[in-house]
Design a protein around this ligand. Structure first.
Ligand code: AVJ
Length: 331
């Protein structure tokens, strides 16, 4: 997944208006009793690079495990994708995992990658055009969680949505439910969704995956402060904050925080924010599910859970969901 975006240099006078979303989000998050920053802003150019590095870490099992599941079951997963159908990917980034599926699709289909990064879409289109000359690639530059208009000439085709990477884990289950409903409505009756979901496991394995020995995840987390400094004229001192990852078993989620090493004051957009020693900024949640817990969220959002594929160690899952043909199933 790549969410690199170019935001205008913040004119701080605009921070109160809707004009700079990033400035508004930062000021809102840091004004809370429990300070937060939204994880969607991790992915500037540097953050996207660091995330790529994370996916190659020995401790970060999700990417390689999901890739292995997709490889092992590609024929099964794409099995039903026939001529003229549409493959729609939400947050496609470099579309690398998609190639595992495309390699197995013999029929002529259209592929609609949706991503906020224009450059990621352009690079992917160029690469895919060479590798799959028959493939009709129709990129959409958009935030996949907002309104998306699929190309009108393709609207009546049968659709398969693809949402790998356990990106769904960033959302609390109630928000995950809303997003899944939105995908169902966007794709339409009779469509499928192939979605990657990380599974509950030994908390030590989870924490190591988000607090690696090489410190790449720490750099990824701290990069958010650099981005605020650069784009919003902030004066965060990077050495004033430390990366922390923890697992909350009651909520079933890994949390990432930036912990203030001392009492300090940071100025962003002319506003001053105080941090007590050990006070944290909560920067990311990564929810983990059991197979049944995820099926329940899917059901509540209107999808029917069909097949599921996992790895031998039950670390990660790839679910197949079906959006019902007549009305929406409830409960
Ligand atoms: C891209 C949201 C799936 O939660 O595992 C990786 C992001 N954060 N290491 C995850 C992430 C820290 C990742 N997702």
């Amino acid at each position: 997944m790549s969410r690199a975006q170019t935001l205008p240099k913040a004119s701080c006078a605009h921070a109160d208006t809707l004009e700079n979303e990033f400035a508004r989000a930062v000021i809102t998050g840091l004004s809370k009793e429990k300070k937060t920053l939204p994880c969607r802003y991790f992915y500037d150019a540097r953050g996207s690079e660091l995330f790529e590095d994370i996916t190659r870490l020995p401790e970060y099992y999700p990417t390689r495990t999901e890739t292995q599941i997709l490889r092992d079951h590609a024929a099964d997963i794409v099995g039903e994708i026939g001529d003229g159908e549409l493959l729609v990917e939400f947050g496609s980034g470099s579309s690398l995992k998609t190639e595992i599926l495309l390699d197995r699709i013999a029929s002529s289909i259209a592929y609609v990658p949706i991503d906020v990064s224009e450059t990621a879409l352009a690079d992917a289109k160029c690469r895919l055009a060479k590798r799959y000359p028959e493939l009709d690639v129709r990129p959409i530059e958009a935030d996949f969680s907002r309104a998306i208009a699929l190309p009108a000439d393709l609207a009546s085709r049968r659709k398969t949505g693809f949402f790998p990477g356990s990106t769904i884990g960033n959302l609390a289950p109630s928000d995950a439910q809303s997003l899944l409903s939105f995908f169902g409505r966007a794709l339409g009756e009779g469509s499928r969704l192939i979605i990657g979901v990380d599974l509950k496991k030994d908390p030590r394995v989870l924490i190591e995956a988000y607090d690696d020995a090489a410190g790449v995840t720490a750099a990824f987390n701290l990069n958010l402060l650099h981005r605020i400094n650069r784009e919003l004229g902030g004066d965060f001192d990077e050495r004033g904050f430390r990366h922390r990852a923890l697992y909350d078993p009651a909520k079933g989620r890994v949390e990432m925080h930036l912990v203030s090493a001392r009492n300090q004051r940071v100025v962003i957009c002319g506003r001053s924010f105080r941090f007590r020693e050990n006070e944290t900024i909560h920067t990311e949640n990564s929810y983990k599910y059991t197979l049944d817990q995820f099926r329940e969220v899917a059901r509540a959002s209107g999808w029917n859970a069909k097949r599921v594929w996992t790895d031998a160690n039950n670390r990660f899952s790839v679910h197949e969901l079906i959006w019902p043909k007549t009305g929406r199933s409830v409960g």
